[in-house]
Design a protein around this ligand. Structure first.
Ligand code: FCB
Length: 459
């Protein structure tokens, strides 16, 4: 990889992970159970029957993992904090050993010149809160803000970059309408007010962190779906607007102070999923809280969605997204490799929402390549994926998008939610039996690209 001079410092190169996907040690040092422990332990939920009890054992191997990051030369690390390690019941007494773990991790980052980006919610809700209504209950948003304050007070002298929520679309719709993610519920109506409570929790926690941490930079990581119509027909254009609306505008419009988009409100009302275009779960003042100023928008980008009006709608009445790409142009997730969508996304967000800054908070690809007889992992497709996407970031930056950083998903092969360990996204291969880590060729490529960008080399 070369030609990354446009991404020279102060542009941040980083890697991303999340707590449940890598930490393991799910009952160590007073951690309480989360909805993902419960969900994964129930048969039929995880493709390979696995769970996160051990995962990458990062809870015990974090120093080795930080050393890998130092070797890579990344300037930033996006990790998530497990709410049930800090507050085992979601509210109430602080579990100091749990918080101490992140304290050590943050110090470890700083000692290696790595800027920590802390995500407060990457889907591992304390089970005790789920038992009290989970994200269906408005109180959970308040509980989240209180948890954010606890963490911010402890780490805020050293952590300046905060991500409140990771991908509210997944937590709301995969978790509550499709049943594919914890807590495994299937009620499209519910997904709408869950989404609202997640956004509300974002706004409340943004305020709490800002009050506790002078100079904090706060944002949310949004799963961006780049929607394109299957044809030039008016019907497909409408389907595309709807797909973009359901994934992107439904979250970003309120986040940027515009409230929920009218076309989608009417749509959900027509489906009987909302009682009125001003739904009762939106209380006076909520939209102001959700629209609380942020410092950046995080963008998780993987693929595009093609909207066709004539396909049977999905469960929550989204136009079916179809993958028209040939199999060899898709990753092991079945997701089309479509780098142009990342550039389009960065420019569109800049144009339509004018965020103060943008970070690509996740981007990467699942490919199964494992070690050969010499212990090398030749994952050319991942190297090509990362390079193509990074070039699009550079292009968007040159065209005026205020993009300040890029985080590859992920440092390590890890527990890929409903797919278990069957999908490998890591730059570093993990043998889940021995816990041996092997940097793949893509890790070497990423390291070289970072080195070239650092030197401002044109390459
Ligand atoms: C994103 C998630 C992340 C990982 C990648 C592949 O939706 O935020 O945890 O699973 O997808």
């Amino acid at each position: 990889m070369s030609r990354f001079a446009a991404l020279a410092p102060p542009f941040q190169w980083g890697v991303a992970t999340s707590a449940y996907q890598i930490e393991g040690a799910t009952s160590a040092d007073g951690r309480g159970p989360s909805i993902w422990d419960t969900f994964a332990e129930q048969p039929g939920h995880i493709e390979d029957g696995s769970h996160g009890r051990v995962a990458c054992d990062h809870y015990h191997r974090w120093q080795e993992d930080l050393a890998l990051m130092e070797w890579l030369g990344v300037g930033a690390y996006r990790f998530s904090i497990a709410w049930p390690r800090v507050l085992p019941s979601g509210t109430g007494p602080i579990n100091t050993p749990g918080l101490d773990f992140y304290d050590r991790l943050v110090d470890g980052c700083l000692a290696r010149g790595i800027t920590p980006f802390a995500t407060l919610y990457h889907w591992d809700l304390p089970q005790a809160l789920e038992d009290r209504g989970g994200w269906r209950a408005r109180e959970t948003a308040q509980a989240f803000a209180a948890y954010a304050e606890v963490v911010a007070r402890r780490l805020g002298d050293r952590v300046k970059f905060w991500i409140t929520q990771n991908e509210p679309w997944c937590a709301a719709f995969l978790g509550h309408a499709h049943g594919a993610h914890a807590p495994g519920r299937r009620d499209p109506k519910e997904a709408l007010f869950v989404a609202h409570h997640l956004l509300l929790s974002h706004g409340l926690s943004t305020q709490a962190i800002r009050a506790a941490v002078p100079g904090a930079e706060i944002g949310l990581a949004h799963l961006y779906l780049h929607a394109e119509p299957a044809s030039e027909s008016e019907a497909d254009a409408l389907a595309c607007r709807h797909l973009d609306g359901a994934f992107n505008r439904w979250f970003l419009d309120p986040l940027y102070g515009r409230g929920y988009p009218e076309d989608l409100l009417t749509h959900y009302q027509n489906l009987g999923q909302l009682d009125a275009t001003a739904p009762a779960f939106v209380r006076p003042g909520d939209l102001e809280v959700i629209g609380t100023r942020t410092n950046f928008l995080g963008l998780n980008y993987y693929t595009r969605g093609i909207a066709r009006s004539d396909r049977v709608p999905e469960a929550n009445n989204l136009p079916r997204r179809i993958a028209e790409a040939p199999l060899e142009a898709r990753t092991d997730m079945g997701w089309e490799v479509y780098p142009a969508g990342l550039e389009a996304a960065l420019l569109r967000l800049t144009r339509d929402y004018a965020p103060a800054a943008l970070y690509v908070t996740e981007n990467g690809a699942a490919y199964a390549d494992g070690p050969d007889a010499h212990g090398r992992v030749h994952d050319e497709r991942r190297t090509a994926y990362l390079e193509a996407h990074l070039l699009r970031v550079a292009a968007a930056k040159a065209a005026g998008a205020p993009v300040r950083g890029y985080f590859a998903w992920s440092l390590l092969d890890n527990f890929e939610w409903a797919f278990g360990y069957s999908k490998r996204f890591g730059l570093v291969h993990v043998d889940f039996q021995s816990q041996r880590r092997i940097p793949k060729d893509s890790a070497h490529g990423f390291k070289a690209a970072i080195g070239a960008a650092r030197k401002g080399e044109a390459g």
